[in-house]
Design a protein around this ligand. Structure first.
Ligand SMILES: *Cc1c(COP(=O)(O)O)cnc(C)c1O
Length: 398
């Protein structure tokens, strides 16, 4: 197996049992899969990839995507689900039951917390938020009821990069399963199953909607693990809840995967240029980008991702507090190339203003910045055009 992720994405050794010989796999669409005889029908096992059983349990197209993602992420098994959020839900449903508790970072992807506050709470599963930038806080909150700890790097929108190996070690020592939302890292920035010093996450989930799709046109998620027992649990829940994906969507992601390392690098280079440029502007009081000196957790980013020097294309800035929210909204409206929209990872640059104070638990301390926060997802446009767009929109602040 090659050490370079891009080569494995194109020349992965996996061959579907039926056999194919083309650089790009076919789109196999099926609900029914035909068996040669009754004996074959009775003996076919949907839990392994030795054969095909029913479209919901996989086709050559989805098996190939699963194999490639498991490899690029450094894991052994992968399960495809209809969205990144469905991947989070699959893990929660597979591992938690009434009386259990889940720990989620306060700066986690918002809908993960909403799931805990909605369905999980209704099912008698409790949730505690913890401060991911303080490993001692995680340590203190683990109890015998804790059955799942979520990790995320960096934090959603606010971009703090935690000490992931330390958090994973705390979970391992406590015997609690930890799952990482690895959408930002995408298997490109670091290997979640080898965080250094023997630390590893148990499960990595990933919104394929972002960089693997790369087009802003497909919703899909992946649940990856290298543990046989966990995979089987996740797979059973996946089977019982019917979270299949469409073959056309799987093929669209297979087509985009080989260019992902190049795109990831291009988004990253442009984002760092623009983050540094914005950091030099008088209108901006703080740049939140894990690879930028002075950003929260920059040291942890350097330790984990410094060797690959990878940091995605996402960052936030805090405007100086002399600007009102209405003025910052006017700045966002004045942008021409940056479009207002959620999600990220596609070719088009996007912008979203956020009210962070309303997104955080007051118990874990107040958000230290007074100005309005704006998050940018840097696309693949020419960086000088994006910079000119940001510069012209600054006029709207006056
Ligand atoms: C986008 C995103 C998700 C959810 O992905 P969807 O496919 O939009 O459901 C989960 N986690 C993170 C960190 C994300 O950015």
């Amino acid at each position: 197996m090659s050490k370079q992720p891009i080569t494995d994405l194109i020349h992965h050794a996996y061959t579907p049992p039926a056999g194919f010989a083309a650089p790009q796999p076919a789109v196999h669409k099926a609900s029914t899969i035909i068996f040669a005889n009754v004996a074959a029908m009775r003996s076919r096992n949907w839990q392994t990839k030795a054969g095909y059983t029913y479209g919901l349990h996989g086709t050559p197209t989805t098996f190939m995507l699963e194999e490639r993602l498991a490899t690029s992420e450094g894991g052994k098994y992968c399960i495809l689900v209809p969205s990144g959020l469905a991947a989070i839900a699959n893990v929660a449903m597979a591992l938690l039951k009434t009386g259990d508790e889940v720990l989620i970072p306060d700066n986690a992807y918002g809908p993960n917390k909403a799931l805990a506050d909605g369905e999980l709470k209704a099912w008698g599963i409790t949730c505690q938020l913890y401060d991911a930038m303080n490993p001692a806080d995680l340590q203190a909150r683990i109890t015998p009821a804790t059955k799942l700890v979520w990790l995320e790097a960096p934090g959603s929108v606010t971009m703090e990069f935690p000490d992931l190996p330390a958090l994973a070690r705390i979970c391992r020592d406590a015997g609690v399963t930890c799952a990482l939302d690895n959408t930002w890292g995408a298997g490109m920035a670091f290997n979640p199953f080898d965080l250094g010093g023997g630390a590893s996450v148990d499960i990595s989930v990933h919104a394929l909607t972002k960089y693997p799709s790369g087009g802003g046109d497909v919703l899909m998620g992946a649940v990856i693990t290298s543990r046989d027992d966990l995979h089987l649990k996740l797979k059973h829940t996946h089977m019982r809840t019917g979270q299949g994906v469409g073959a056309n969507d799987a093929e669209a992601i297979l087509r985009s995967l080989p260019s992902m390392p190049l795109r990831y690098r291009a988004h990253d280079v442009a984002a760092r240029k623009l983050a540094l440029w914005l950091g030099g502007r008088a209108e901006i009081s703080k740049v939140l980008h894990p690879a930028v000196e002075g950003s929260p957790g920059h040291r942890h980013w350097r330790e984990l991702c410094g060797e690959r020097d990878a940091a995605a294309g996402l960052f936030s800035v805090v405007f100086d507090e002399r600007y009102s929210t209405a003025q910052v909204d006017a700045f966002c409206d004045a942008l021409r190339l940056f479009k207002l929209g959620y999600s990220w990872g596609g070719p088009m640059s996007l912008v979203v203003p956020y009210d962070i104070a309303s997104m955080r638990s007051a118990r874990l301390g107040t958000w230290p910045h007074k100005g309005t926060l704006v998050r940018f997802s840097i696309g693949l446009e020419a960086v000088e055009d994006l910079q000119a767009d940001l510069a012209q929109a600054m006029a709207a602040l006056d």
